[in-house]
Design a protein around this ligand. Sequence first.
Ligand code: FAD
Length: 308
Amino acid sequence: MPILRSAFIALSKNRTMRRFSESSSVGRKMSSRFVAGLELEDALRVAEAVNRQGISVTLDSLGESVSTETEAHKAAEIYHQLLEQIAARKLNANISVKLTQMGLELSPELAGAIAESLARHASATKNFLRIDMEDSTLTQTTLNIVRRIQAMPELRGSIGIVIQAYLYRSQADIEQLVIEGIRVRLCKGAYKEPAEVAFPAKADVDANYVKLSGILLKSPIYHGLATHDEAMITAAKAFATRHKIDPSHFEFQMLYGVRRDLQRKLIQEGYNVRVYVPFGREWYPYFMRRLAERPANVLFLAKNFFRA
Ligand SMILES: Cc1cc2nc3c(=O)[nH]c(=O)nc-3n(C[C@H](O)[C@H](O)[C@H](O)COP(=O)(O)OP(=O)(O)OC[C@H]3O[C@@H](n4cnc5c(N)ncnc54)[C@H](O)[C@@H]3O)c2cc1C
């Protein structure tokens, strides 16, 4: 892992830096490139603006591991409000949820029960709940929870998962998920993983991403390909053309503030695009992971900051 990437991942876990940044106005200003704002209303406003460009949205209320059951329920309540507001404002948006924010590390039963109640609410409002994937120690528990909910006939199709191409296990997981009819978002993977579980070399991750996206595109289910990597996107488009897969059968997904040029280009070409819009006061770890992906963003942000 390149040194800068490791440094930003380490910083993303630094509590002092986090406390300082989240409470400083400079920090908030820097993060606004990738984070919609602090409040739910900010996220809804951004979702409306993104929708106006023909791009759909998935909303993420920022926050990771909680330490009490009350905190988990409080975090879930924001998502219930989002589902209500998406329906009321007729937004083209769904929700993305991290199970650690719903108490996964306190009790998988608690996180599972909260996810189920969100899936019920999503189903009642004709919406969809995507469960984000976190580090590899949580992969199996996350899969178990999503599978249990998908297996309930009334909730079938209301929940989906994320699979990370850097994990060796992902091909087997995807093959099984496709059989179960579960919608997958494929990404490369954002956490620091040991070589025992994940491909250490980027070239291998990329090759696996191309291979797994082929399996997803050929399945009868609507999946999401989350990447800003033009090589991955070109490969997926070529695969779809070769196998006569209509662009309406899948979507590309990107993060808010990243490669907006590419998002617009794909829409013009007739592809579906969804943007992941995060918001909330706990933006620091998310923001640091984005810098880890592309340390050059620091220069970019600094330049814009001083220009402003
Ligand atoms: C919608 C969405 C949801 C995601 N959900 C999850 C999840 O649940 N779990 C998880 O582990 N990971 C998730 N990720 C993150 C993902 O795993 C990668 O870490 C991230 O997308 C970077 O990989 P990449 O495919 O864009 O390719 P990379 O090889 O990292 O980047 C390719 C090119 O894309 C551009 N780029 C990439 N990142 C940035 C950036 N931050 N700023 C500017 N340019 C950039 C650069 O030009 C770069 O050269 C998600 C990503 C997206 C887009």
